[in-house]
Design a protein around this ligand. Structure first.
Ligand code: AGP
Length: 607
């Protein structure tokens, strides 16, 4: 949700931290702050509400010659996004500076205790209690003080802490919120996402739940939850610098949309060929796949809709119940789970708190967990029994685009490979699927070209009261995703709905000022969908249609974007591309911040 960076070493501390924050700003951007420690120990801090640029404007006021520092970009949970509530937080003496991602669930109880003990708390933020607890626990060793406080906290945290009396030291700890240490030569780094530090070091240690790291310039010492010394696993991460640059585009979103043909091709690399489909990563869980009697897919937001695209295909092919559930519901109201359950968790970041929560529930019930994830090295990749990476490359824009189409595709590939392994697809059927799958990147390019009609369509309907996105079958997931894109990017109310449900209520909304956006694919339910669209036209609602192989059926459309003809599951995936562009163009017209929509964050690491 929020972003953390830390640094100890001889570079300019503020410059290094701000550069790291720039790479993390997409993860949370309602306020930002920095604290640096001078050789003599004094801790100086600056915090500003709003975008990182506001903090950058005052960071020059910090003293030069610092030896260590921590910095943060925030997505507010407790307390409004103000200067005061921005991190870092300090105790009343200015001795301790602390940054925290996550939520301290028992903060109110701890706050009462601290106030009764004579402490003065100055912000509305849960994090501040930790600074005061560490102050009370401190007896000359900041690591010991932090270790003593952690058992008192309930909730989730990635924490970084500095003490005025120990300027060359940063303590880091994590529980259910990501935090990584970057190992340098005579310098050490910290980040909630390694992307912030990879240009300096690619030697990364991902802290595990309960781990604590003691960073000093000459090296880092790691401890486990029991306080025992730990030998860390140092991973070497490949740095895709280009992914973090706009490379001539005005927005990351537009760049990432255009990257879809390449991302979709990468998703199939080594998995789909003219001879068939085989996902080697599934071999590790072969016995569990054979034993599976039900498949539960868990995900959030766009990842949830992407999973829906292939769910009924999987059910049809495997002849097993396949259910897709929003992870935040699944984790507190799980279906019956056992060792005969295969749980597939789908996520771009691999750090979504609800998805991780659902996975832990599934694992504790004995289920096998397969992760379909973009971010290599993320928490989800470490917790799952098997991992299929999307290979879409880093996605910076908060709105999921290339990760969405890649998630839909990889979920489809997994479904097909499960069916192949179970002997439920003949060799000829597999070859037919492969041949069509391999045309997906070209179809995505054609859909990008067709999307050039969208700026005019967006201008025509900008100002409408709202939009209803409809479809039936596999296209329904696309309609739901199209509505989500329009809401999150252009702040325009939109609803995605099964077209057959229109007559049960939502049709009342329709009129000349409330268009329908329809995903119309070649499928057995096409005539039914067309009837629903004619009903919409009869209520004066314009119908903006994304059409795949529909031909003479298209007379209902007031505006049409034609994409290549394909099986409806594949066409559903391709049809997302014009809807992404529609939302993008509407957001431009609305003057919205496209890459960082208000109130959102790229990776939702709190419940
Ligand atoms: C969509 O544009 C959003 N960024 C959001 O719905 C996202 O898909 C959701 O938060 C899940 O994220 P994940 O894929 O990283 O788990």
């Amino acid at each position: 949700m929020c972003g953390i960076v830390g640094y100890i070493g001889s570079r300019d501390v503020s410059t290094t931290l701000i550069a790291g924050l720039r790479l993390l700003e997409y993860r949370g951007y309602d306020s930002a702050g920095i604290a640096v420690a001078a050789t003599g120990g004094e801790i100086s801090m600056r915090k500003r509400a709003g975008r990182l640029a506001n903090l950058e404007g005052v960071v020059g006021e910090l003293p030069a010659g610092s030896v260590a520092g921590i910095a943060h970009t925030r997505w507010a949970t407790h307390g409004a996004p103000t200067d005061l509530n921005a991190h870092p937080h300090m105790d009343e003496h200015g001795d301790i500076a602390i940054i925290h991602n996550g939520i301290i669930e028992n903060f109110a109880e701890l706050q009462r205790e601290l106030l009764a003990g004579g402490h003065t708390l100055s912000s509305d933020v849960d994090t501040e209690v930790i600074a005061h607890l560490v102050e009370d626990a401190y007896q000359g060793d900041i690591r010991a003080a932090v270790a003593a406080v952690l058992p008192r906290l309930r909730g989730q945290w990635a924490l970084v802490v500095m003490h005025r009396k120990e300027p060359g030291r940063i303590i880091a700890a994590r529980r259910e919120a990501p935090l990584a240490v970057g190992i340098g030569d005579g310098e050490q780094f910290l980040a909630s996402d390694p992307v912030a530090i990879l240009e300096h070091t690619n030697k990364i240690v991902f802290l595990r739940d309960g781990d604590l790291a003691d960073l000093q310039r000459g090296g880092v010492t790691f401890y486990d939850a029991a306080g025992e010394l730990l030998t860390p696993t140092i991973e070497t991460i490949t740095w895709d610098g280009a992914a973090a640059r706009k490379e001539g585009y005005d927005h990351f979103m537009r760049k990432e949309m255009d990257e879809q043909p390449r991302a979709l091709s990468a998703a199939m690399m080594g998995r789909v060929s003219s001879n068939g489909i085989a996902i080697g990563e599934l071999d590790a869980i072969t016995p569990a796949l054979a034993a599976a009697r039900a498949i539960e897919i868990v995900a959030c937001g766009s990842a949830y809709y992407a999973s829906l695209t292939a769910a009924s295909l999987a059910e049809r092919l495997l002849q097993l119940p396949v259910r897709v559930t929003v992870a935040s519901e699944f984790r507190y109201d799980p279906p019956p789970l056992s060792s005969a359950s295969l749980v597939i968790a789908v996520s771009q970041s691999g750090e979504t708190a609800d998805t991780l929560g659902a996975v832990r529930i599934a694992k504790s019930a004995g289920a096998t967990v397969l992760a379909i994830v973009n971010a290599a090295g993320s928490s989800l990749t470490r917790e799952a029994d098997a991992v299929v990476l999307l290979q879409a490359g880093t996605e910076i824009s908060v709105a999921a685009t290339k990760s969405y189409t890649s998630q839909a595709l990889v979920t489809m590939l997994v479904s097909l490979d499960l069916a192949r392994r179970a002997g439920k697809l003949s060799a000829a059927e597999v070859r037919d699927w492969s041949a069509e799958l391999l045309t997906i990147p070209a179809m995505a390019s054609a859909a990008l070209d067709a999307s050039d009609a969208l700026p005019d369509i967006a201008r025509k309907y900008f100002g409408a009261k709202g939009f209803t996105f409809v479809s039936r079958g596999a296209g329904l997931a696309t309609a739901l995703e199209g509505a989500l894109k329009l809401k999150e990017l252009a702040y325009i109310h939109a609803e995605g709905i099964a077209a057959g449900e229109m007559k049960h209520g939502p049709i009342s909304l329709l009129g000349a000022d409330h268009p329908v956006v329809a995903v119309v694919l070649q499928s057995p339910v096409l005539p039914k969908l067309v009837s629903n669209l004619m009903e919409s036209r009869a209520r004066s609602a314009p119908v903006i249609a994304v059409l795949s192989g529909v031909g003479e059926w298209a007379s209902f459309a007031t505006d049409a974007v034609v994409i290549p003809a394909a099986r409806h599951e594949i066409a559903a995936l391709i049809a997302t591309i014009p809807l992404q562009r529609f939302a993008y163009e509407m957001a431009l017209l609305a003057g919205a911040d496209i890459d960082q929509p208000k109130n959102l964050a790229k990776s939702v690491t709190v419940e």
